[in-house]
Design a protein. Structure first.
Length: 259
């Protein structure tokens, strides 16, 4: 197993981590795939503040080191490519035993159907479907009693739209995958979080149009607000901590899938 990484380097200072509810994380080992940015990074900071030991995984070690520098406790950095089974096997070896694994991985392949490239479609399925399947294959046997896997689906599965066919399909496939895995690898629990429109920073590319876009989403949304990264983190903590929840998709979309 690799030595803990404690490099105190980060691109920006993080705001205080939200409370980890009543989830007992002290001394627990939590694997976060996608810990280099957005929701994965925030989850890692929150779990570390609650006393967990972290394994930070993803394709970019530099971003993982940034996250490690923000954590209150121990962290190990392990690069992984969900499109490469050998890489997942290496992750399993490096991790050893653990309590909870969360993957926020996504590789969208958006665009008109006629313009879709097969390689992009395959990468999208690797991140959302095949990768999670292989993670369960190689790491389920290393999960401690009461442990869990949590993956990320998305509202597009329930609200498909033109040019979002692959996104809708991969997110929908993942929703069914967690049900199948919950039966296959029981008593290890398997769940998914399905975000709606959340201000994670991924909409910053809209530039000056971002504010108007998010305002319009909030006006149409039954919750009358846009989601935050902390909303997603709290959903993950619930999925990790409730021992009677498995094979379930937690919709964190403000009711967006209903309208």
């Amino acid at each position: 197993m690799s030595e803990p990484r404690t490099t105190p380097v980060a691109p920006t200072a993080a705001s205080p981590a939200p409370a980890a509810a009543a989830l007992p994380l002290a001394g627990r080992r939590v694997v976060v795939i996608g810990a280099g940015a957005h929701t994965g990074r925030r989850l890692a900071i929150t779990a570390s503040a609650a006393g967990a030991d972290l394994v930070l995984a993803g394709p970019d070690p530099r971003k993982l080191e940034w996250t490690a520098g923000e954590l209150a406790g121990r962290a190990e950095v392990v690069p992984v490519d969900l499109a490469d089974e050998a890489s997942i096997v290496a992750l399993a070896t490096a991790v050893g035993g653990f309590d909870h694994l969360v993957s926020t991985a996504a590789m969208p392949a958006n665009g008109p159907l006629a313009a879709l490239a097969a390689d992009d479609v395959r990468r999208a399925f690797d991140a959302k479907v095949i990768g999670p399947l292989l993670l369960a294959k190689h790491l389920a046997g290393r999960t401690a009693a009461g442990g869990s896997f949590t993956f990320f689906s998305g509202v597009a599965a329930w609200r498909p739209a033109p040019a979002r066919t692959v996104m809708a399909t991969t997110n929908g496939a993942l929703a069914f995958l967690v049900q199948a895995l919950a039966v296959e690898i029981a008593p290890v629990r398997v769940n998914a979080v399905s975000p709606g429109i959340v201000d994670t920073g991924s909409w910053d590319g809209l530039g000056a149009e971002k504010e108007a876009f998010l305002r319009g989403v909030a006006e149409r949304n039954p919750a009358r607000r846009v989601g935050s990264v902390d909303d997603l983190v709290q959903a993950v903590l619930f999925a990790m901590g409730n021992p009677y929840v498995t094979g379930t998709v937690l919709h964190v979309d403000g009711g967006g899938r209903l309208v």
